[in-house]
Design a protein around this ligand. Sequence first.
Ligand code: PEP
Ligand code: MG
Length: 569
Amino acid sequence: MTVVLRGLAAAPGIGIGVLALYHPGQIVPDLSRHPAGHPDQEWQRFLEAHALVAADLERLGQSDNSLIAEIFAAHQVILQDRTLLDSIRTVIYDQKTSAVAATQQVIGELAEMFHSFEDEYFAGRAQDILDIGERLLTHLGADLSRAALSRLPPQTILAADDLTPSDLAQLPAGHVLGIALAYSTPTAHSAILARSMGIPMVCALGQALFRLTPGQNAIVDGNSGRLLAAVSEEEMTQYAAERQHYLEEGAVALSHAQAPAVTVDGVTVPVLVNANSPQEVAQSRAVGADGVGLLRTEYLFRGRATPPTFAEQQATYAAFMAQVDHQLTVRALDAGGDKPVPFIAHHREDNPFLGLRGIRLLIEQPELLRTQYRALQAAACDAPPHLDVRFMLPMISTAEEIVAVQAILDEEDPCLLQGKELPRLKLGIMIEVPSAALIAHRLAPYVDFFSIGTNDLAQYVLASDRTNSTVARLADPLHPAVLRLIKLTCDAGQAFGKPVSLCGEIAGDPAAVPLLLGLGVTELSVPLPAAPLVKETVRHVDLSSCRALAEAALECDCAAAVRELLAQP
Ligand code: PEP
Ligand code: MG
């Protein structure tokens, strides 16, 4: 009989194959095979291994896949950390142990410390530390029991408690058709990578995953967040047809992707992409996007000791302006919460999602905000004339914050740079804090546009941390309470003639598109691979039916009822 495990959808698509269970190699080298030599020799051995790991990470950091590159650049920062090196040196000299034993001990302690943090983001970094430790130990000659992930056979459905970025990076291309994890969340590094590699993934399945038998047939349904094992022939046929349909639908949508998204009743809906890296900006045209509706600039600031300079940012934004059509919306650095930035000294916060995050941090560090805006202004001087360049503020909760930002941006020669006149850019705000949605009609006069961030809005409205797998299920952006706030925002936008974009992940779900348009959203900004299908969906809807659907959804009691409504033909 088919076994069905329910978890969280982490990367879309359907993968069908044969189940392989992976228990990550633990750092348990046989120490009797590594007796301690003289501390000078052991330290030297360690430094040699360290240099080899640095070279590995340098190579991986140059991957064409920008997410892989970014993750390994961050590993390089951890590897070069003085505290790590000093601790290993101290153990070698003070305890007269081998380089292998000292590395094992220090990495183990450090990973344990990170693991104990309540903050899921920091707890998640324990995997990165273990990953680096395994690399060091491998170069020190320690024989690890790491499963041969790189030799997994074709048609594999890979099940594990969690996977490190290195685990994913070494999967043989095309062999792993789906990933099922006992833990982790859709926002973890592994999920981000799986999405970018196009491998369907489900996470938070729990320990029941390990009661399954390797070699059974299995299906990862990355759309509904389920893993099926020992699947009956009938269900297998059904899923194979569904997978085929999913792939064909994607291919058809891609073939029409360059045509505009116009509803049956003649309304054009701009469909843009959310870009997290230069590669995603570069791919936006190929998927038919009407530009970039959310450039998450955090990637520019991560994994480095100092912020990017004005010149660096200007060159980056100028390059992007040449690569996108119609619109480029650059979001100001959204640091804090689950996105710490190394050169910003964060105080320890018990609830970082409710702490010094996004615009709150930028108002405290105005130079960061001003430099970013000036660089965008300077780049916009030479932008193609038709390009709509926008600057967007994250985590706005009050009108005073917008006023404070305007004062910061207006300081010091707002219009002139080395004698050159700078254009005034459209300034908008993310609506992702409930207070901002509730007073959207009061905020509208201050700004040129709104962009609704349902990823955060849902977590704040439903008091459910978006990175915590045990409650993540609650933070459903289709909950009627969230929909009511979307409606309030759209009504305010319409009353003041301001565009209202929606850039949370839900905008990329074709089933939700008619509802969002019915609520009054005027632009959609979606994860890159979703753009063709979202455009195709828009072409089949009629706005008056969308409005009726939205009215019915607003009257629902719960997210499940809304989802049922959307599933009706
Ligand atoms: C959001 O919160 O919905 C959003 C788009 O921003 P991020 O996911 O970067 O917080
Ligand atoms: Mg957000």
